[in-house]
Design a protein around this ligand. Structure first.
Ligand code: FAD
Length: 402
């Protein structure tokens, strides 16, 4: 009997899983269901550039015909609200039911909503979907002063977009530095200098107490006394896994849906991958990890036993006339040796973290070329030998070792 594989969520994880399934299994029915009104698209593109290229054709992951060619029945604008794991059924928002033999949950994540009084006012936005991007784009045209809450990677990308639209941007970060999880103090300071050079204001160690205005945002309060005027707020304060639909099932969850290295959940025939999945105690939320996990899930669903090899998380920023990456473990207390090369005038900073003769992490500002080499060194666990080297000597050594 032909099996029915149902894939929930129309993101990159699902499309990658479908490709993997169809490499092996050309017969099973595949149903792909997602709540957005558009076919699967490249979410990463939403924050790169100036919102110029948001037409469907330039962001779709696959042409619409691809789904038919791969015998995928796609249901967009379809929210799944519940799963009955005993009767192998999904319950859709209109109350109808859909049976599955195997299920992949790839419902991704949403932006966390910070608990700030007034966060629901008109003029307050966040960027996760194409709809959000279009709303922000429209509102930006009518705004002059924009407050960005959150100095992480996405907040900074938003500030760059706002600045490029000729609007005044202010970044507010609760912690003491920008990109606090990916950069050290020095790298954050360099980045702050670069960003401020564009006339963008940055307030660190600052929390937003309240968003004020009648129905539409007019200002924010950063303490009881200090008010900053603005006509638009964009928040970017982390993500949370979209796991509500399994809340009354026995599928094990913590921050995300807990999976093993085959992307299997604790319930037979139910898999999870991508931003929703918690593997090895971590929910990462990065594109290349979603691809790798989607592929493993797809193969296992189709019967080809495959295990997920951990991928080094890499965060990249290309904005403000500079570029930077941060990868792996960037905690000095975890390292036995740290190599640093810096040039304050040129705004170049390169730091490599080593533990027991192996590279475990790196922060580079102004030199992107080395990212693949360092990523490979971390993932392969290449032994360096003598670590009393300069950054360039180490990079040469790694190059020769490839
Ligand atoms: C603006 C932006 C920029 C980014 N830039 C980068 C970057 O530069 N580099 C990087 O590595 N990562 C980046 N990311 C993160 C990256 O996009 C995600 O890691 C990736 O999209 C995760 O893919 P996914 O398929 O697991 O989930 P998602 O892309 O989140 O897709 C899940 C889909 O499931 C749908 N869904 C959720 N619940 C239900 C339900 N109950 N019923 C039906 N459908 C449902 C969602 O609406 C969504 O369409 C960025 C993210 C954003 C938002």
């Amino acid at each position: 009997m032909t099996k029915r594989i149902v894939i929930l969520g129309t993101g990159i994880t699902s499309v990658t899983a479908i490709k993997a399934i169809r490499e092996i299994d050309l017969d099973s029915e595949i149903y792909l269901m997602g709540q957005e009104k558009i076919y699967p698209y490249n979410r990463v593109k939403l924050s790169k550039g100036l919102f110029n290229n948001l037409e469907e054709n330039s962001i779709l992951l696959q042409k619409k015909e691809w789904y038919e060619q791969n015998k995928v029945k796609i249901f967009i604008n379809t929210k799944v609200v519940n799963i009955n794991t005993d009767s192998f059924e999904l319950i859709l928002c209109d109350g109808s039911k859909v049976k599955y033999d195997k299920l992949l949950i790839a419902t991704g994540s949403s932006n966390s909503i910070p608990p700030i009084d007034g966060i629901g006012k008109d003029g307050v936005y966040t960027l996760r979907s194409l709809k959000d991007a279009l709303n922000i784009k429209n509102s930006l045209n009518e705004s002059a002063q924009v407050i960005i809450i959150g100095g992480g990677i996405q907040g900074l990308e938003m500030a760059w977009i706002v600045h490029q639209h000729g609007k005044k941007a202010t970044i507010i970060e609760l912690q003491s530095r920008l990109m606090p999880y990916q950069l050290d103090n020095k790298a954050s300071e360099i980045l702050k200098d670069i960003i401020q050079g564009y006339g963008i204001e940055i307030l660190t160690n600052t929390g937003v107490v309240k968003i004020t205005g009648d129905t539409k945002v007019a200002s924010i309060l950063i303490d009881k006394e200090v008010k900053l005027k603005c006509d638009m707020v964009i928040y970017s304060t982390g993500i949370k896994a979209n796991k509500e639909l399994i809340s009354n099932t026995k599928v094990e969850t913590a921050r995300g849906i807990v999976v093993n290295n085959k992307m299997e959940t604790n319930i037979k025939n139910i898999y999870a991958a991508g931003d929703i999945a918690q593997f090895d105690n971590k929910v990462i939320g990065l594109w290349n990890i979603a691809i790798a996990q989607g592929k493993v899930a797809g193969y296992n669903i189709a019967g080809k036993e495959t295990v997920y090899e951990k991928i080094t998380p890499v965060t990249t920023l290309n904005a403000f006339g500079t570029s930077l990456f941060s990868m792996g473990c960037v905690d000095e207390s975890e390292s036995t040796k740290v190599l640093i090369d810096e040039d304050d005038n040129l705004k170049i900073y390169r730091k490599i973290f080593i533990k027991n003769n192996k590279v475990i992490g790196a922060i580079f500002i102004g030199d992107m070329k080395r990212s693949p080499l360092l990523k490979l060194a971390i993932e392969k666990g290449i032994r360096i030998g003598d670590v009393n080297l300069s950054v360039d000597e180490l990079l040469d050594k790694l190059k020769n070792n490839k």
